[in-house]
Write a protein that binds this ligand. Structure first.
Ligand SMILES: Nc1ncnc2c1ncn2[C@@H]1O[C@H](COP(=O)(O)OP(=O)(O)OP(=O)(O)O)[C@@H](O)[C@H]1O
Ligand SMILES: [Mg+2]
Length: 155
């Protein structure tokens, strides 16, 4: 995997990287944790099975959260993980579908309380959350390689 994530003075960084294995996903998670802080949002989008939960799991591991806690909250929509460097609210909009109304999910309360919000199926959300945001779009290629398209804004 060829990637050096820099804290940049420009407004937006866009980068596409190849994830040939879960080890590459783990490296990406490690790089992302250095950019993510309390009150930040990580939006994950992409195909079924593209690796959104896997990336979330490695990120949580990097933050010191017990991996056993981390499972996709498909039915409950949100899981909270404590015990790491930053508390995490893990959101999965899959069950809500396109045009998901996230206003009742209490996301702003989580962000105000210093949680990192990690959201799977973020493409289903129509509004933007006005908090510092990193976007990762994952694409699953026929040979099993994943492409991760990153969009990092400084505000
Ligand atoms: N970089 C990778 N290389 C190889 N296999 C991977 C990689 N990332 C994830 N996988 C595997 O792909 C499968 C699906 O991954 P995962 O559940 O993370 O996808 P997802 O995007 O969360 O799926 P869903 O759309 O159902 O939420 C798992 O078996 C996981 O181990
Ligand atoms: Mg998932």
């Amino acid at each position: 995997m060829k990637l050096i994530l820099l804290k940049c003075v420009t407004d937006m960084v866009k980068e596409t990287i190849e994830l040939e294995s879960e080890e590459d996903t783990r490296s990406l998670a490690r790089s992302l944790t250095s950019l993510l802080a309390p009150g930040h949002v990580l939006l994950l989008s992409g195909d079924l099975g593209a690796g959104k939960t896997t990336l979330t799991r490695y990120l949580c591991q990097e933050l010191g959260i017990d991996q056993g806690q981390v499972a996709s909250p498909t039915f409950t929509v949100i899981h909270e993980y404590h015990g790491g460097r930053i508390p995490v609210a893990h959101v999965d909009l899959y069950r809500l579908g396109p045009g998901a109304d996230v206003m009742d999910l209490g996301l702003y309360e989580y962000l105000e309380r210093g949680f990192l919000v990690i959201m799977e199926w973020a493409e289903f959300m129509t509004e933007a959350l006005e908090y510092p945001t990193v976007k990762v779009h994952l694409k699953l290629l026929p040979d099993g390689t994943r492409l991760a398209q990153l969009e990092i804004s400084s505000s």
